[in-house]
Design a protein around this ligand. Structure first.
Ligand SMILES: Cc1cc2nc3c(=O)[nH]c(=O)nc-3n(C[C@H](O)[C@H](O)[C@H](O)COP(=O)(O)O)c2cc1C
Length: 375
């Protein structure tokens, strides 16, 4: 099973508030990246955010040994030839540790970058884009004239380590998104819907993918985790987050997402309806699955809240629905990486990249560190 952490700001105890967000600098990202590597997560998602995901990923290669960088890409912002070259370079330098997360983004946000394609057009663009990208990564010299792209003699001189190309991941819930995913994508991601809703989406996508002769899609879910030794403590921790969600921030967040053309966002918003009930458990939409975080952030808004056994049980529910990849996080990223890494990861068969001959470290206790390691 792949379990990834998250490596994107804002961060802090309450990242939606000025007094709860911590300053993010390069040294801090290095710490989080090293924690992710040390704890044994499969990788981390570098989403679009305040920092450029590619620069961030490239800058962290030398601070990490094993974890996989899942780097967000907005196709219309970079020529497919340049993206292919960037991918091959980072794949070479990291020895095969990069994956791409192809995202459609938001119409308003992309307009700020000079891209004026509407929601569905961006998916049609992505279809052409990935067609060209794959050919370039395979070493072809590409001539391609489509509705959006006109590439003449496109080529990259450097092969990637991962052949024919590093895995392509993707998040998008609209009909246009499912078409592109079915045709091109290796791992399909959804935000934290309930396991039955995820199951429904997965079966739709499997059906469409098999129309393209593709049977080997993987599925992932992006969730927060609020885990503590006991269930009561976990809900107290969620209550603390909830107590810091002020009405003004909720109103601002909900105004920002209302009227969005992102179907994924609409599905997330429906899980809390934009209202903050007095009892946070009214937002428990499935056992231990709490939609409260969506009140103060767009995108992923649900958390598994519970003790380690409950968190693992909910992860198994998703597995039964067909999910094999989990992108999880907590607030703050550094401290909660350790909490999830120590309370949850040991109970899951997490896959990590192989590094033969690496240093394994030692798990010594106050009473054992003078004993021999051969037991
Ligand atoms: C796990 C996951 C991660 C995502 N990461 C990003 C991201 O980094 N940047 C971004 O602009 N959108 C991101 N998205 C949103 C996608 O861009 C999505 O395609 C968008 O909401 C519109 O899609 P839809 O209307 O097809 O659902 C992500 C979605 C998922 C499920």
């Amino acid at each position: 099973m792949d379990v990834l952490w998250y490596l994107t700001g804002p961060d802090g105890r309450y990242p939606w508030r000025e007094d709860g967000a911590r300053p993010l600098d390069y040294a801090y990202f290095q710490q989080v990246a090293r924690a992710v590597d040390h704890l044994g997560f499969t990788g981390a998602l570098l989403a679009t955010g305040a920092h450029d995901a590619w620069v961030l990923g490239a800058s962290l290669i030398s601070y990490t040994e094993r974890f996989q960088f899942l780097v967000a890409v907005h196709p219309p912002l970079v020529s497919p030839t340049l993206l292919a070259k960037m991918t091959a370079t980072i794949d070479q330098f990291s020895r095969g540790r990069v994956r791409l997360n192809i995202v459609n983004g938001d119409t308003k946000l992309l307009a700020g970058y000079g891209v004026h394609l509407d929601h569905d057009e961006r998916y049609h663009y992505t279809d052409e884009y990935l067609t060209v990208f794959k050919r370039l990564m395979s070493g072809e010299t590409v001539d391609f004239v489509g509705k959006y792209l006109d590439i003449r003699g496109g080529a990259i001189p450097l092969p990637p380590v991962q052949r024919p190309w590093p895995p392509l991941w993707f998040g998008g819930s609209s009909a246009a998104a499912l078409d592109v995913a079915a045709k091109h994508i290796d791992t399909y991601l959804t935000w934290g819907e309930t396991p039955p809703a995820a199951k429904e989406k997965i079966s739709q996508l499997r059906e469409r993918a098999s129309e393209h002769g593709r049977e080997d899609l993987k599925f992932g879910v992006r969730l927060y985790i609020v885990v503590r030794d006991t269930e009561e403590e976990a809900w107290r921790a969620a209550q603390d987050l909830y107590d810091h969600m002020d009405d003004a921030t909720i109103a601002r967040t909900q105004a920002g997402t209302s009227g969005t053309d992102s179907v994924g966002q609409q599905r997330m918003s429906a899980l809390h309806g934009g209202r903050k009930p007095a009892d946070l458990r009214e937002l428990e939409i499935y056992p231990n699955l709490w939609s409260g975080i969506g009140l103060v952030r767009n995108g992923p808004g649900t958390a598994i809240v519970g003790n380690p056994e409950q968190v693992v049980a909910r992860i198994h529910d998703y597995q039964e629905a067909g999910v094999d990849t989990f992108i999880v996080s907590g607030m703050p990223l550094l401290e909660e990486a350790y909490r999830v890494g120590e309370l949850v990861l040991p109970h899951l068969p997490v896959s990590r990249g192989a590094m033969p001959g690496e240093s394994t470290g030692v798990r010594a206790t106050w009473n054992s560190w003078t004993e021999g390691w051969k037991k």
